[in-house]
Design a protein around this ligand. Structure first.
Ligand SMILES: *[C@@H]1O[C@H](CO)[C@@H](O)[C@H](O)[C@H]1NC(C)=O
Ligand SMILES: *[C@@H]1O[C@H](CO)[C@@H](O)[C@H](O)[C@H]1NC(C)=O
Ligand SMILES: *[C@@H]1O[C@H](CO)[C@@H](O)[C@H](O)[C@H]1NC(C)=O
Ligand SMILES: *[C@@H]1O[C@H](CO)[C@@H](O)[C@H](O)[C@H]1NC(C)=O
Ligand SMILES: *[C@@H]1O[C@H](CO)[C@@H](O)[C@H](O)[C@H]1NC(C)=O
Ligand SMILES: *[C@@H]1O[C@H](CO)[C@@H](O)[C@H](O)[C@H]1NC(C)=O
Ligand SMILES: *[C@@H]1O[C@H](CO)[C@@H](O)[C@H](O)[C@H]1NC(C)=O
Ligand SMILES: *[C@@H]1O[C@H](CO)[C@@H](O)[C@H](O)[C@H]1NC(C)=O
Ligand SMILES: *[C@@H]1O[C@H](CO)[C@@H](O)[C@H](O)[C@H]1NC(C)=O
Ligand SMILES: *[C@@H]1O[C@H](CO)[C@@H](O)[C@H](O)[C@H]1NC(C)=O
Length: 743
C-alpha cells in the first residue's frame, strides 16, 4: 500500500519534468534512444523493480512469460529483477549484497520515489560520463529497505544518440550501526530466455585484449580481476550478442565498467533460461564498511546497444567516450610524433646524451622526445630496476644541474620536415616517464615510510620486479604523489608525462583497501590534470594493464601494449578497439627483428600498424635505423601526419580481423565524410586462394571517391559492394595505405 501511494507521487513528478528520452508512466519506466529501448517497472504488489526490455525499440510493456508456479523455485526467482538483492526467494547472483551489523545479509530494497533530471549529475570523486541536457537525461530511483534502514538510489542516464545507458548506484546507511558492502554490480539487467553469446577479452602482458566468443550457457559465465587494477588478464568489458551476430549485423550489447580497480563480470543463466548480466566490483575486493549516516558509491557502468553488430557497439563507445567521457582537451587534438629514449639509451642516460638524442630525433621529424626510466635517485641511483623507485629527484651524477638547463636547451631545437629537410619552425617538445604509485625496497622513500606500502600486519610484502605498491588510499600518499609530480612539472618545460605502473597490488590489510586506493588515485589524477591541463598524459601499466575507461576520463591516451611486434599488435589493437577508440591508443614502430618475438617485418608494415592509433611514434634507437629505413622515413612521417586527424576524430571500421583472415584491414572515415583511409595487410603469402576484395564501409553510397590505390574514382556503393583489390604481391607481412577523397 505504501508502494502504491508512492507511485502516485511519481507520476506527478513525471508530469512536471517531461523528457522525451525518459518517461515514467506510473511505475513503468521507459528509456528511449535512437535505436534502443530500456524498460523496467515497479511491481506494485512487492515494491521490487522488474526488468522488462533492453534492446531494439519497443512501445509497450507486455506481461511476463508464464512459468508453472510449482516446485522449489516459484515466486521471486522467476521475477526478472532489476536490482536483485539477497534472500526473499531470489537464489541467483545478486547485484547488491550487504552484511548488516547483526550478521544478517537479507535486504529488501523497495521502490520509494523517483526523479527525472535533465543532463547528468556528476559522481563526486569518480570518473564518469558527462553531458548537458541536450545530450543526456537521468532517472534516479530511490529505494528503501525499511527493515534495515538502508536506502539506495539507482541512477540511469541515457545518451539517446549513442544508444548508451550509464548506470550507478549509491547506498546510504540510515541506520544506527555499520553495514558492510560485500558485492556491488553497477549494471544488472535480467534478460528473458534468449540465446546469447559473450565476447570477452583475455590476455596477459605482451598479449592484451585477445578475445574469445562463447555460448552463455546454464550456470555462471564470469571473469574478474583480483589484481587491484583492471589488469592484463581481462578488461572490465564484455559484449553479449545473438548467436548470429556478426561484425556488421545483428544485436549486440556492450558492458563496460568505468573503474580502474578489481572488477567482476558475470552472466548467470538460470533453469528458467533467464540471463542476468552483471558488471561491478569484485566481491573479493569489497567488504566496504559504511558507518551510520555515510554512503557507498558504486562506480558507473556504461552499456551500449546496437542492432548493427559488433562494429556498431564499438563505434558508439568510441564516439561516446571521445565526446562524453574523456575530459582532456587533447582528446580532440592531433598528437605529436614521439620517440622514446628507452630503446636507444636504457638506464644509461645523462643530460648530454638526452640532448644529443633530441637533436637526432628532431632531424628525423620527431616532435616529442620522451625521457624514460633511469633519470632519478640520489642515495639510490636508478641504474637498474632494483633501486631508486620512489625517489623522484634527478640523479646528480647524470644530471648535475637538474632537469631545467638541458630541457630548456632541448625545447629550442627545431624539428625538421623529413620530406624537405627544411625547418618546420616548431621546436621539439620534451616528455618524461614516471611511476609514482610504486617504490623499490632500496629507496629513501621506503626507508622513511615503510608504512606507506600496501601491507597486512607482519605478513611478508610480496615483491614483483623488485618493487612494492604504495597505498594510494592513504591521503598522505596521495599528497606525496601530487607534490612529487607537481614539482617535476614545475621544474622544467615538460609537456608530456608517461605514467607507468608495473605490477599488481599485493597484501591488502582489508579487501576494501583496493577500492580506497582507486578512489585515492582518482583524487590524485583529478588534481593533477586540473592543475596541468596543457600536459599530455599517457597511461601505461606494463603495456595495456590499465587501459580502462576510468583512466580515459583523465588521460587522453594509453600505451596499448609493451608488445610492439606489428603482427601481434594488429590483434591487440583490434581487440582494444572493441570498446576503446583507436584515437586513445599509443602505438610505436620498433626495430625488426622484434626484440622479443624475433619477427621481421618491413618498415612500412610496422609504420602502418602504428599509425592507425592516435599517438604514433618510434620506439627504437635512431642509430640502428638502416639506410633503407632512413630512406623510407620521410614518407612514413608524411603519411602519419596525413592520417592522424582522421584517426583522432573519424569513425573506425574493422573490415577484417587477423583472427579470421590472412588479409586483415581497417578503415577510418573522417568526421566530415570527405576522406577515408584504409590500412590493408597481407600476413602470409598464399598462392591460393586469392585475397578477397576490400569491401569498404561508412561511405555515402551515392557519392564518388577517388582512391590512391588504383587512382580510380568509384561510388561509395561500388566500394562497399564490389570492393577494390589491393593487388598483393608475393611476400609476408605486406601492407598498403589507401587514401580516399570525395570528389
Ligand atoms: C504498466 O505496465 C503494465 C504492464 O506491465 C500495465 O498493466 C500497467 O497498466 C502500466 N501502468 C501504467 C500506469 O501505464
Ligand atoms: C550541449 O553539448 C553539445 C555537445 O555535446 C553542444 O553541441 C550543445 O550546444 C550543448 N547544448 C547546450 C544547451 O549547452
Ligand atoms: C515498512 O514495510 C512494512 C512492510 O514490509 C510496512 O508495513 C511498513 O509500513 C513500512 N514502513 C515504512 C516506514 O514505510
Ligand atoms: C532516515 O532516518 C531518519 C531518522 O530516523 C528519517 O527521518 C528518514 O526518513 C530516514 N530516511 C529515509 C529515506 O527513510
Ligand atoms: C653520457 O652518456 C653517454 C651515453 O651513455 C656516455 O657515452 C657519456 O660518457 C656520458 N657522459 C657523462 C658525462 O657521463
Ligand atoms: C643495480 O645497481 C646497483 C647500484 O648501481 C648495484 O649494486 C646492483 O648490483 C645492480 N643490480 C643489478 C641486478 O644489476
Ligand atoms: C613538410 O613539407 C611538405 C612540403 O612543403 C608539406 O606539405 C608538409 O606539410 C610538411 N610537413 C610538416 C610536418 O611540416
Ligand atoms: C635530407 O637530408 C638527408 C641527410 O642529409 C639526405 O639523405 C636526404 O636526401 C635529404 N632529403 C631531402 C629531401 O633533401
Ligand atoms: C636492492 O633490493 C633488491 C631486492 O629488490 C636486492 O636484491 C638488492 O641486492 C638490493 N640492493 C641493490 C644495491 O640493488
Ligand atoms: C596513381 O597516380 C600516382 C600519382 O599520379 C602514380 O604515381 C601511380 O603510379 C598511379 N597508380 C596507378 C596504379 O596508376
Amino acid at each position: 500500500m505504501v508502494v502504491a501511494k508512492l507511485v502516485v507521487t511519481a507520476s506527478l513528478v513525471c508530469a512536471v519534468v517531461a523528457q522525451d528520452a525518459i518517461t515514467a508512466n506510473g511505475g513503468n519506466f521507459t528509456l528511449t534512444g535512437d535505436d534502443v529501448s530500456y524498460l523496467f517497472h515497479v511491481n506494485t504488489a512487492s515494491g521490487d523493480l522488474v526488468s522488462d526490455h533492453f534492446g531494439a525499440p519497443v512501445t509497450d510493456f507486455v506481461p511476463p512469460a508464464f512459468i508453472l508456479p510449482w516446485g522449489w523455485h516459484d515466486g521471486k526467482v522467476n521475477d526478472r529483477r532489476e536490482f536483485p538483492d539477497i534472500g526473499r526467494g531470489d537464489v541467483r547472483l545478486p547485484a547488491i549484497h550487504i552484511e548488516h551489523s547483526n550478521g544478517d545479509t537479507v535486504s529488501a530494497f523497495l521502490y520509494q520515489s523517483h526523479e527525472i533530471v535533465p543532463g547528468k549529475p556528476s559522481i563526486p570523486g569518480f570518473p564518469a560520463t558527462y553531458g548537458n541536457e541536450s545530450d543526456v537525461t537521468t532517472l534516479q530511483v530511490q529505494l528503501y529497505d525499511n527493515v534495515s534502514d538502508v536506502g539506495a538510489v539507482l541512477s540511469y542516464s541515457i545518451f539517446p544518440k549513442y544508444n548508451a545507458i550509464a548506470r550507478s548506484f549509491k547506498i546510504t546507511n540510515n541506520g544506527t550501526s555499520d553495514i558492510v558492502i560485500e558485492r556491488a554490480a553497477s549494471f544488472s539487467f535480467d534478460f528473458p530466455n534468449l540465446d546469447f553469446e559473450v565476447i570477452e577479452p583475455h590476455g596477459d602482458w605482451y598479449h592484451e585484449m585477445n578475445t574469445v566468443r562463447r555460448k552463455v550457457d546454464y550456470g555462471e559465465t564470469s571473469f574478474r580481476s583480483t589484481e587491484g587494477y583492471a589488469g592484463h588478464t581481462h578488461n572490465p568489458f564484455y559484449m553479449l550478442t545473438s548467436p548470429s551476430t556478426t561484425e556488421n549485423s545483428g544485436e549486440a550489447w556492450g558492458f563496460n565498467l568505468v573503474w580502474s580497480g578489481s572488477f567482476e563480470a558475470a552472466l548467470h543463466k538460470f533453469s528458467n533460461g533467464y540471463v542476468r548480466a552483471l558488471l561491478g566490483l569484485n566481491p573479493l575486493h569489497a567488504s566496504i564498511r559504511v558507518a551510520p549516516g555515510d554512503s557507498f558509491q558504486a562506480p558507473e557502468a556504461v552499456s551500449v546497444y546496437s542492432s548493427a553488430g559488433i562494429g556498431g557497439v564499438s563505434r558508439s563507445y568510441h564516439d561516446l567516450y571521445r565526446n562524453h567521457l574523456s575530459r582532456h582537451k587533447a582528446t580532440h587534438e592531433t598528437r605529436p610524433i614521439l620517440l622514446n629514449s628507452w630503446e636507444g639509451l636504457g638506464f644509461n642516460i645523462n643530460d648530454t646524451a638526452v640532448v644529443n638524442l633530441a637533436g637526432e630525433s628532431a632531424d628525423l621529424g620527431i616532435e616529442l622526445l620522451v625521457q624514460d626510466d633511469g633519470w632519478f635517485g640520489v642515495e639510490y641511483p636508478r641504474n637498474n630496476d632494483s633501486l631508486g623507485l620512489g625517489d623522484w629527484t634527478p640523479n646528480p651524477a647524470k644530471f648535475p644541474n637538474g632537469l631545467k638547463p638541458y630541457i630548456d636547451q632541448i625545447v629550442k631545437i627545431d624539428v625538421v620536415n623529413a620530406s624537405t629537410n627544411d625547418s618546420t619552425n616548431t621546436a621539439i617538445k620534451f616528455g618524461i616517464w614516471v611511476e609514482p604509485e610504486m617504490t623499490n625496497l632500496n629507496s629513501t622513500l621506503y626507508n622513511e615510510h615503510p608504512d606507506w606500502i600496501l601491507h597486512s600486519g607482519k605478513h611478508a610484502r610480496t615483491m614483483v620486479r623488485n618493487q612494492f605498491v604504495l597505498n594510494v588510499g592513504l591521503p598522505e600518499v596521495q599528497d606525496f604523489i601530487i607534490d612529487t609530480v607537481s614539482r617535476i612539472a614545475d621544474s622544467a618545460p615538460i609537456s608530456y608525462f608517461k605514467w607507468d605502473n608495473n605490477r599488481g597490488m599485493h597484501e591488502l590489510a582489508r579487501p576494501s583497501d583496493s577500492y580506497n586506493y582507486i578512489l585515492g588515485l582518482y583524487r590524485v589524477l583529478d588534481t593533477l590534470t586540473t592543475k596541468y591541463p596543457d600536459i599530455l598524459w599517457e597511461g601505461c601499466a606494463s603495456g595495456g594493464g590499465r587501459f580502462d575507461p576510468g583512466l580515459l576520463h583523465y588521460w587522453p591516451q594509453h600505451w596499448t601494449s609493451d608488445n610492439t611486434d606489428a603482427a601481434d599488435r594488429l590483434q591487440i589493437q583490434l581487440g582494444t578497439s572493441l570498446v576503446y577508440p583507436p584515437s586513445a591508443m599509443g602505438c610505436h614502430i620498433s626495430k625488426s627483428p622484434n626484440g622479443i618475438t624475433g619477427r621481421e617485418a618491413s618498415f612500412t608494415y610496422r609504420g602502418h600498424v602504428a599509425m592507425m592509433c592516435g599517438s604514433f611514434g618510434l620506439e627504437l634507437n635512431p642509430h640502428e635505423l638502416s639506410a633503407d629505413e632512413i630512406a623510407q622515413l620521410p614518407s612514413i612521417m608524411a603519411d602519419a601526419h596525413r592520417v592522424n586527424p582522421i584517426v583522432i576524430s573519424g569513425q573506425f571500421y574493422r573490415l577484417a580481423g587477423p583472427q579470421d583472415s590472412n588479409w586483415p584491414a581497417v578503415q577510418f572515415v573522417s568526421a566530415d565524410g570527405a576522406e577515408a583511409v584504409v590500412f590493408a595487410f597481407q600476413q602470409q603469402y598464399t598462392t591460393k586462394p586469392a585475397a578477397p576484395p576490400l569491401r569498404l564501409q561508412g561511405l555515402d553510397p551515392k557519392a564518388r571517391y577517388f582512391n590512391s590505390l588504383d587512382n580510380g574514382t568509384y561510388s561509395g556503393a561500388t566500394y562497399a559492394n564490389a570492393g577494390i583489390n589491393a593487388g598483393w604481391d608475393r611476400g609476408i607481412y605486406q601492407s598498403k595505405l589507401i587514401f580516399l577523397e570525395k570528389r
